[in-house]
Design a protein around this ligand. Structure first.
Ligand SMILES: *Cc1c(COP(=O)(O)O)cnc(C)c1O
Length: 378
């Protein structure tokens, strides 16, 4: 069976974890955490990085830093992972769901302005599949209306918009190192702080409301409770695991891109024949091959393609249930008008297994048989 995902190892992860133990500090904010933060700042050209235990944690920190409160509105796509919304709903805010573009499946920037109200505080740009939103247009809107721009760059480390690394463009950017992401440590994340006014408060929010970071740097001679906060940092074992993955980020990205292009080539004739649509990468974007997805025609039964592929020995998946039609999304959020593209495209999307070592030709053969059968059935 070809699994949907197989977490990649550089081979150095466990030796680094042993080193972390030998160094005598396994709690957070030690040498491996700082090493990872420096590498992430190097890769993203973001001036301040704080490692977190997940992208969800980084998004929650962003919501706290933005001082989002009850009744505030936050504009975001409906076609995204739940954390994009839950981070703000935890603060009592209302996610306002905007439809997506047909090409990239990212938020449609031309619909954002009409979704802004007196209660709007922030826009969350989610870079789906590691392919950039139109950050030029979105940043202009945020600036014109005095809104905070937060990037959910969970899928987008090593991707860029007009040569600017994703996560470094909004005031705050959030990365994920979940095992399904390109660079991973099981569960992990980072907050990229591109506006220096947030740095000191972010350190305290991560560290239980204390100024312990300043104490570690020697800025103060004792640390104390200064602000609200939580425990958003990873332990050193996790950071030690992540470090060699970050060191190998260029190579991992290139290897994934090779696989992505192999899929793209195999599926080109299908697209020419109108049997599926391949992913679109706008000229402004360079991407990290996070995902290879396709859109099936409306008439093809996606569940049957998945079932036949599984029987044939490969595991494709689909996602997301759009947030505006989910149980909690209807309770806590609001759709900005109808979201026809979100409804349509999310029902037709299929993701191929993409991990270093996957046999693209074998998946393509299994897919060919499954698609042909689903086409006959429809
Ligand atoms: C994976 C993902 C998240 C959540 O990341 P975690 O590290 O698992 O918390 C959030 N948003 C998007 C778009 C994601 O793909």
């Amino acid at each position: 069976m070809i699994p949907f995902n197989r977490p990649y190892l550089t081979g150095l992860e466990f030796a680094r974890m042993t080193e972390a133990h030998a160094a005598g500090q396994l709690s957070g904010n030690g040498q491996f955490t700082r090493q990872c933060e420096a590498m992430i700042s190097g890769l993203t050209r973001s001036p301040h990085t704080l490692l977190t235990h997940s992208c969800t944690a980084a998004l929650e920190m962003a919501a706290l830093l933005a001082d989002i409160g009850p009744g505030d509105e936050v504009i975001m796509p409906s076609y995204t992972f739940t954390s994009t919304a839950t981070a703000f709903v935890l603060r009592g805010a209302v996610p306002v769901f905007v439809d997506i573009r047909a090409d990239t499946l990212n938020i449609d920037e031309t619909l954002i302005e009409s979704a802004i109200t007196a209660r709007t505080r922030a826009i969350v740009a989610v870079h789906y599949a590691g392919v950039a939103c139109d950050m030029g247009a979105i940043a202009r809107i945020a600036q014109a209306h005095g809104l905070l721009l937060i990037e959910d760059a969970a899928q987008a480390l090593m991707s860029s918009f007009e040569s600017r690394p994703l996560g470094s463009i909004g005031q705050l950017g959030c990365l994920s190192f979940h095992e399904t992401k390109n660079i991973m440590c099981g569960e992990g994340g980072a907050l990229l702080i591109n506006d220096p006014r947030f740095v000191e408060r972010a350190e305290m929010l991560r560290d239980k409301g204390t100024n312990r970071s300043r104490f570690i740097r020697g800025d103060v001679d004792k640390y104390t409770w200064c602000d609200i906060g939580s425990s958003y940092g990873p332990g050193e074992l996790v950071a030690a695991f992540l470090a060699p993955q970050l060191e190998a980020a260029q190579r991992i990205t290139q290897q994934r891109l090779d696989l992505w292009h192999a899929y793209h080539e195999v599926f080109a004739p299908y697209e020419r024949a109108g049997r599926l649509r391949r992913p679109v990468v706008p000229a402004w974007a360079t991407h990290n091959a996070h995902m290879y997805y396709m859109l099936l025609p409306r008439a093809v039964d996606r569940a049957l393609v998945i079932q036949r592929m599984r029987e044939g020995g490969a595991s494709p998946v689909f996602h997301y249930v759009p947030l505006h039609s989910s149980l909690a999304g209807r309770r806590f959020g609001r759709a900005h008008g109808d979201l026809p593209l979100t409804d349509d495209l999310s029902a037709r999307l299929l993701r191929m297994p993409l991990w270093i070592g996957v046999d693209v030709a074998a998946v393509a053969t299994i897919f060919a048989a499954a698609l042909a059968e689903a086409e006959r059935g429809s």
